[in-house]
Each structure stands twice: as C-alpha cells, then as structure tokens.
Design a protein around this ligand. Sequence first.
Ligand SMILES: *[C@@H]1O[C@H](CO)[C@@H](O)[C@H](O)[C@H]1NC(C)=O
Ligand SMILES: *[C@@H]1O[C@H](CO)[C@@H](O)[C@H](O)[C@H]1NC(C)=O
Ligand SMILES: *[C@@H]1O[C@H](CO)[C@@H](O)[C@H](O)[C@H]1NC(C)=O
Ligand SMILES: *[C@@H]1O[C@H](CO)[C@@H](O)[C@H](O)[C@H]1NC(C)=O
Ligand SMILES: *[C@@H]1O[C@H](CO)[C@@H](O)[C@H](O)[C@H]1NC(C)=O
Ligand SMILES: *[C@@H]1O[C@H](CO)[C@@H](O)[C@H](O)[C@H]1NC(C)=O
Ligand SMILES: *[C@@H]1O[C@H](CO)[C@@H](O)[C@H](O)[C@H]1NC(C)=O
Ligand SMILES: *[C@@H]1O[C@H](CO)[C@@H](O)[C@H](O)[C@H]1NC(C)=O
Ligand SMILES: *[C@@H]1O[C@H](CO)[C@@H](O)[C@H](O)[C@H]1NC(C)=O
Ligand SMILES: *[C@@H]1O[C@H](CO)[C@@H](O)[C@H](O)[C@H]1NC(C)=O
Ligand SMILES: *[C@@H]1O[C@H](CO)[C@@H](O)[C@H](O)[C@H]1NC(C)=O
Ligand SMILES: *[C@@H]1O[C@H](CO)[C@@H](O)[C@H](O)[C@H]1NC(C)=O
Length: 794
Amino acid sequence: MMTLTTALTWLTLAATSSAQFRYKHTQYETSPPVYPTPNITGAGGWDDALEKSRVFLSQLSLEEKSQMVTGTPGPCVGNIAPIPHLNFSGLCLQDGPLAIRQAVYASVFPAQLTAAASWDRELTRARGVQIAQEFKGKGSHVILGPVVGPIGRSPFGGRNWEGFSPDAYLSGVLVEETVLGMQSAGVQACTKHYIGNEQEIQRNPSTVNGTTVEAISSNIDDKTMHETYLWPFANALHAGTASIMCSYNRINGSYGCQNSKSLNGLLKEELGFQGYVMSDWSAVHTGVASIDAGLDMNMPGGIGFSTGSPSYWGPNLTTAMTNGTLDVSRLDDAILRIMTPYYFLNQDVGYPGVDRSTVPMSFYSRDNYQHEFALTEVVDVRDDHAKLIRQLGAAGTVLLKNTNNTLPLKKPMNIGVFGNDASDLTVGQYSLSGAAGNIFEGNYAMGTLPVGGGSGTGRYSYIVSPLEAIKTQGRSFGALVQYVTDNDIIAAGGLSVLQPSPPDVCVVFLKSWASEGDDRASLIAEWNSTLVVEQTAKVCPNTIVVLHGAAPHVLPWKDNANVTAILAAHMPGQETGNSIVDILWGALNPSGKLPYTIANEESDYAKLLINSTELLESTDPDIWQDDFTEGNLIDYKEFDAKNKSVAYEFGFGLSYTTFELSEIKTSVAVSNASRVPSSSAKIVPGGNVELWEALATVSATVTNTGGVDGATVPQLYITLPAEAGETQNVRALRGFDKVELAAGESATVEFTLQRRDLSYWDVGAQTWRLPEAAIGVDVGFSSRDLKLNSELSI
Ligand SMILES: *[C@@H]1O[C@H](CO)[C@@H](O)[C@H](O)[C@H]1NC(C)=O
Ligand SMILES: *[C@@H]1O[C@H](CO)[C@@H](O)[C@H](O)[C@H]1NC(C)=O
Ligand SMILES: *[C@@H]1O[C@H](CO)[C@@H](O)[C@H](O)[C@H]1NC(C)=O
Ligand SMILES: *[C@@H]1O[C@H](CO)[C@@H](O)[C@H](O)[C@H]1NC(C)=O
Ligand SMILES: *[C@@H]1O[C@H](CO)[C@@H](O)[C@H](O)[C@H]1NC(C)=O
Ligand SMILES: *[C@@H]1O[C@H](CO)[C@@H](O)[C@H](O)[C@H]1NC(C)=O
Ligand SMILES: *[C@@H]1O[C@H](CO)[C@@H](O)[C@H](O)[C@H]1NC(C)=O
Ligand SMILES: *[C@@H]1O[C@H](CO)[C@@H](O)[C@H](O)[C@H]1NC(C)=O
Ligand SMILES: *[C@@H]1O[C@H](CO)[C@@H](O)[C@H](O)[C@H]1NC(C)=O
Ligand SMILES: *[C@@H]1O[C@H](CO)[C@@H](O)[C@H](O)[C@H]1NC(C)=O
Ligand SMILES: *[C@@H]1O[C@H](CO)[C@@H](O)[C@H](O)[C@H]1NC(C)=O
Ligand SMILES: *[C@@H]1O[C@H](CO)[C@@H](O)[C@H](O)[C@H]1NC(C)=O
C-alpha cells in the first residue's frame, strides 16, 4: 500500500532514477516499488526499549534527527555523533566479523568459514560471545558482522570465507547462534551484506572512459530469494539482530541501499525486522530516495571517506524535511529503529568509552572531527580467549584423507615441515594494507595465512605459526625438525638439503589468499602449490598436506600415493599452529565437516562469476547483469541434481575413530497441519511466527564403533516432492548435531523440523507451503553418505 505522500515521493524518485539507470534487461523486471516503510512496532520483546527510544526522540531537534542517521568522522570505522545534552555518547561501529579490527591488544578469532566447518553450535555461540566481549571492552556498540551474504554462490567469491556456507540452512543455524552470542554480551550485531552480494568484481559502480558504469545487478527470482538468499537473514532476524547492512550491488537493477522491495517489502514487512538498516560504506547513491526505500543509517555518512565529503543525508535531510520532500515520520522511525536495540541491550548504562588506540588506525578521518568523542585509555580485552580460538581452529579442521592411519602422529623423530604457509609472517601483522598502499592488497608470499584480508581481517597481537608449534611439539620428545619454507626452492627440487632423508613425516602447508575487493582467479592453492606437493612427495612417501585460507580448494595431487593425509584447515585465527598440532598429534580428534563441496576439477563447478575484459572495458552503464538462473542449485545441490561425482562432498570429514548410525524414527508433532501458516498469525522478527513452530522430529542412534573418543556430526537431509519446484526438490540439509562420544558409546540425536524447514516458497500465494506428498528423509554422515532413509507425511 502506498500512501498519497509517499506515492508522490516515489514518482519523483522514479523519474530521477530512470534518468540515472537504464533498465533494459529482458529477463527480470525492475524491482517492484514497495512503499511506505513499515514503522517499528517493538514486536519480539522490544516494547520497553521502544518506549525509551520515543522519549529520546521527542527531545531531538530537526538537525539532531538528521545527525542521528548520518555517520560522521570519528574514532571508529563508523560513528554516530554524541548528543551531550541528552547524555547520548554516540555510537561506535567497528569491523568486523572475526575481530575488532581497529584495535591493539585484541584477539583474532577463527573466520566464520572455520566455525561453519566445525558444525558446532556451542563453539559458534561462544565465539560470538567472546568477540562481542572484546568489542564492548573497546567501547564499540556495533559489530559489523556476522556475514551471511555472500552465502558463497560462486566458489570463486572473494569474501565467502567471511560467511559460513553456501548451504542456507547451515548458515541460518550458525548466524542465529552468532547473533545470540554477540548480543548476549551486550553488543549489537549488524548482519550483512543484504542481499545478493555474491561477487566482488564490479560490486560498486566504476568509471570507464568518463562514463559511470553501474554496479553489478544480481537478478534473483522471488522463489530463489526466499529459499536460498533470504533464508539465513531470516534466522538472523529471528535471533534479534539489531542491524542489517545493505549491500553495494544492485538487485533487479536497483541499488541494495535504495531497493524498496528488498528493504521495505521483504525485510521490514514480510520478515518483521525491527532494527535498522545501515548502508555499506559509501553504498548510498541518493538522498530521500534511499531513506524512503527503507534505509535507516548512512555510513560512513559522506559520499567519500574523508572529512567534509558531501553527504546525500545529514543537513540535506533537514532541508528535505523542511521543504516537504521527506516526511519527518520516516526519519523518526529510522531513529526509533536505531535507538531501540541500544536501549534493549542497555547500552545507555555504563557502556565503556572508545579505546583511544583505535584513533590512529581509523581510515575514516583521523582528525578534524566535527564532534567531540570521549576516549578512554588502552585496554587489553583478550582475556583467556586464546583457549577457544585454539579449540575452534582445530574443530574447524576437516580431515579429508588418512591413508593407513598415518594420523594421528606419535613420536616421529625426523619431521619435515615445508611450504610458505608454515612459517611466521614477514610483512607485518595486518593484511588490510599492502606495500603499494591499496587498502585491499595483501597476498604476501612468505608466512602463514590465519585469516583473510580486507575489512574482515584482524590485527594480530601475536601468531603461533604452524612451524613454531611443530618445533615446540617436536622438542618435547626430542625430534629433529627440518624445514624449507621457500616455495620457489621446493618447486625447483630443493629438498636435497634434507639430512637424514626422507623424514618420517613431511607436512606441507599451502595457502590461498582471499580478500574483500576481488574474487579468486583460481581454486588451486597459490605459490606453485602443485609443484610443491609433488616435489615433496617425490622424496617423502609420507606426505601430509595442510590447506589454509580460502575454500574450496581443488586438489590435483590428492590421489598421489605418497600423499597420505590431507587436512582442510581453513582460517583458524591467531592460534593456527597450536590448532593444527592438536589435530596432527590427536590431542583433539578431528570432527570438522566440509561446509561446501570439493570438486574433482575446477571446471566441474559452475563458475557463477560475471567477469571479462570486454565487460571491464565497456562503457554501457547497465552491462553488468547476473541472472541467478540456477535457482537453489548451488554447491552440493547442483552436483546432486546433475549426479556428478566430486572429490569430497558437502558434509564429509574423517575422524580417528569410526561411527555408525541406526534406528531412524520419525514423528509428526502436529497432525494434519494446515498447508500454510495462518495469515492472521503474528509477524515476529524472522517472519510469520508459525514458520518457527516445530511440526516433526526425526531421531537416530549414533555409536562410536572405534577405539578412541571423538565427535561426529549426524546430518539430516530432506527431499521435497516435485510440487516444490525443480530447484527445490533436491536433497537439502535440515538438521545436524555435533555429538561427542567415548569409544563404544551411543547416543540418540533428535532433529526438530520447523514449518519453514519442510515448506517451499509458493510464489503465487506469497507464502511458505507444506507439500501434499510425502517428504523424503535421510540421515547420514555427509550429503552422500546417507545410511538411514525414511519419509515424513505432514
Ligand atoms: C526481482 O525480479 C523477479 C522477477 O521479476 C521477482 O520475482 C522478484 O520478486 C524481484 N525481487 C526484487 C527484490 O526486486
Ligand atoms: C508511521 O507512524 C507515523 C506516526 O508517527 C504515521 O504518520 C505513519 O503513517 C506511519 N507509517 C506507516 C507505514 O504506518
Ligand atoms: C544526564 O546525566 C546527568 C548526570 O547523571 C543527569 O543529572 C541528567 O538528568 C541527565 N540528563 C538527561 C537528559 O538524561
Ligand atoms: C576508452 O578509451 C580508450 C583509450 O582512449 C579507447 O582505446 C577505448 O576504445 C575506449 N573504449 C570505449 C568503450 O569507448
Ligand atoms: C547537500 O546540500 C548541499 C547544500 O544544499 C549541496 O551543496 C550538496 O551538493 C548536497 N549534497 C549532495 C550529495 O547532494
Ligand atoms: C528539497 O530539499 C532536497 C534536499 O536538499 C532537495 O534535493 C530537493 O530538491 C528540495 N525540493 C524542493 C521541492 O525544494
Ligand atoms: C599402507 O599399508 C599397506 C598394507 O600394510 C602397504 O602395502 C602400503 O604400502 C601402505 N601405504 C602407505 C602409503 O604407507
Ligand atoms: C576478471 O577478468 C580480468 C580480465 O580478463 C582478469 O584479469 C581477472 O583476473 C579476472 N578476475 C577473476 C577473479 O577471475
Ligand atoms: C613457481 O616456481 C618457479 C620456479 O620453479 C618460479 O620461477 C615462479 O616464480 C614460481 N611462481 C610462483 C607463483 O610462485
Ligand atoms: C613416492 O615415494 C617413493 C619412495 O620415496 C618414490 O620412489 C616415488 O617416486 C614417489 N612417488 C611419487 C608419485 O612421487
Ligand atoms: C548417478 O551416477 C551413478 C554413477 O556415476 C549411477 O550409478 C546412477 O545410476 C546415477 N543416478 C542417476 C539418478 O542418474
Ligand atoms: C485435515 O484438515 C482439513 C482442513 O483443515 C480437513 O478438511 C480434513 O478433514 C482434515 N483431515 C483429517 C484426517 O483430519
């Protein structure tokens, strides 16, 4: 429904935007207008906080209102100015999803990729809590994370590691744990990037020969939007995320931070979002148009990143309200949405001041602040967080191959360590800035890669490198540790220096850089990795390969008989060396599972990345178009739909013990449930409240049948009948549980299936619908190891 005023506003905007953009793409229409923005209601338990916000709002002048929604230069990555007469000390927003980046004496946690590979709800929750404790200690109110966009549609996506998994369900469960963990520590989560931000290339507009070429348009049909991309965002809302960051890309031709369908329609109306939408940095391209489309906060405020950079918002919103172009009630709603989570999390009471160590690191203006920010002395917020970091780093390591039980190691007296990912860094402890001054450069040759680069990186207070940890371990029983970490030397056959040779075991460390700002050009580990493995295996018949960094990797050497073990070790954070030693020597039995598919060859993946020289050189403003025609069939769903063989499937991971599954039982909690949720049911954050109700349970017995204690992850997959649509009636994960079992022990795992889990999106009726026919149910240890099979008739 459009009210008259907003309808008129929309017409004005439409005229502006059609002059600016040309919509000529045939397959997708333009994004449909959805106005006005629904007002905050306080649903989901925020009523009291909303009342406090109203009192706050009632004391603001028009200028202060504009200031409350517009970022300003200050000590943090993003800053909302203080209002001293209201005792409001402002808001400090900091990167990012795995560490408070602009800080010293802070921890660098494992990336979300590692959390996903752990499939461990508890560790993921604990990670969220501890990250938030560090943000709070440093006086930051808002964490710019977690990430569920990109979800990881393309295996080449440069930021996939900042998110969890291309599986929407796995991402959904883990983002919920993360948001709950972060906010339980009193810090606001900002779940990002909303939505369709699946590649880095052309994520922003560019200038080619003086012509502005618009950002890539992710053209996503309504069904795929709900069943894949929106799914984990709904979980984040359900967990109460304070904030959502809209993305740089366009969706159906309209920019993410001024797309009324995605912001007003999907997020605030359908999913009942009560918090605020914050822009990605400089993703705002209009004034009134963006705020009317549902954007609530403009970051960093100005169009550019420097002090005095003009803003579409700020004082210009005041003018727009005065001259009637902007309805003040929209701005009021934005402020209520910003302040309600602040009060809900009690950030108005005794919140620590901003740590002054952030100031010299702030890239959005280090000085010339237009407002006074209170700063406090430097605090060490690391506490005992290294313990969890070490544990999760190991828990997110996936054992892919273990010929003849070469692992765990016992006391090999001659240990070889190889590869440029083994040793400590030589380029400084921070991979945001590179030698050439490009803020997104990195990809250094020498040194281990504990996490990726860009705004989602962290500044290490120390790193335990793999080489250092193995030396420490070897010394504890008197082993010889020989190492060559220069890949050029290894690739050129330089292992003749070893003596005695061959070592009892050779551990090769490989890496793949990834960072915000670019996508991956190859899925093969970098720096001559194939030659490095082959040359090592040539002299060493017991070669173990450890992969760090971006995923997936393809593994051209995986069938080499001298490669006896392979570990996908992902991005473990600052304790990376200790984490891998715990796995290699079996202090922790591996229980990580792949949260993505490893194909046999790079070319087996659908690339799903738009890029070419021709596109990069084109001056057609609307040339960057990405049609998500594969629908839900990304990652394992694509391989399964095509029945294509893979190297290691989604959900796969070995252990030092063995497990079996038996006795599947299904039970329907609500018999003859209505096919669709009641349209009169309450909308809570996350959508219709009935979508989150349990309709069925499936249980199975899991037994540790081997000789050592360990953990495994039974997984539940459902197959919807044909009526769900051809990209939805493929196997899809709908349950998992990490279970620790002593040798010989058994346990029952129970999976609870909510209405949404068993439904498909009915585009015509605009609702989730349960199928009429029976739903296939499989339980197993991976997406292709499904021992137990049954059916559910709901
Ligand atoms: C994008 O266009 C498709 C096809 O017209 C439509 O189904 C979908 O709802 C649109 N989504 C948005 C966010 O505009
Ligand atoms: C939001 O609330 C204001 C009053 O504060 C009202 O004028 C406006 O119509 C409401 N908007 C919607 C979409 O309900
Ligand atoms: C601000 O804090 C001071 C000191 O605690 C208090 O006296 C004053 O009433 C507060 N003002 C507002 C507007 O809350
Ligand atoms: C852009 O400019 C370059 C150099 O002036 C020229 O070679 C090229 O043809 C131009 N491209 C287009 C699409 O106009
Ligand atoms: C904001 O308003 C000022 C003064 O009217 C104007 O000079 C400036 O260009 C405006 N900023 C933008 C980004 O439109
Ligand atoms: C109202 O103010 C806004 C912001 O400065 C400006 O873009 C718009 O053109 C003005 N409209 C009128 C009718 O004056
Ligand atoms: C694995 O064990 C078998 C049987 O003992 C032996 O033939 C083979 O050489 C071993 N392979 C490796 C790589 O050690
Ligand atoms: C994108 O295309 C350009 C031009 O062909 C190429 O140089 C670049 O490596 C490509 N990027 C990726 C990530 O494939
Ligand atoms: C690969 O190794 C060769 C030497 O064998 C070296 O010349 C080349 O620079 C290396 N390439 C990379 C990317 O490390
Ligand atoms: C495996 O190791 C053996 C013994 O060192 C060696 O003879 C053989 O060539 C190696 N195989 C490969 C494929 O490197
Ligand atoms: C899938 O492929 C396997 C062998 O690769 C074959 O045995 C099986 O029949 C195929 N299944 C379908 C459904 O095509
Ligand atoms: C199931 O519900 C429908 C409508 O709610 C009703 O018509 C039907 O009789 C019910 N069937 C059974 C077996 O209860």
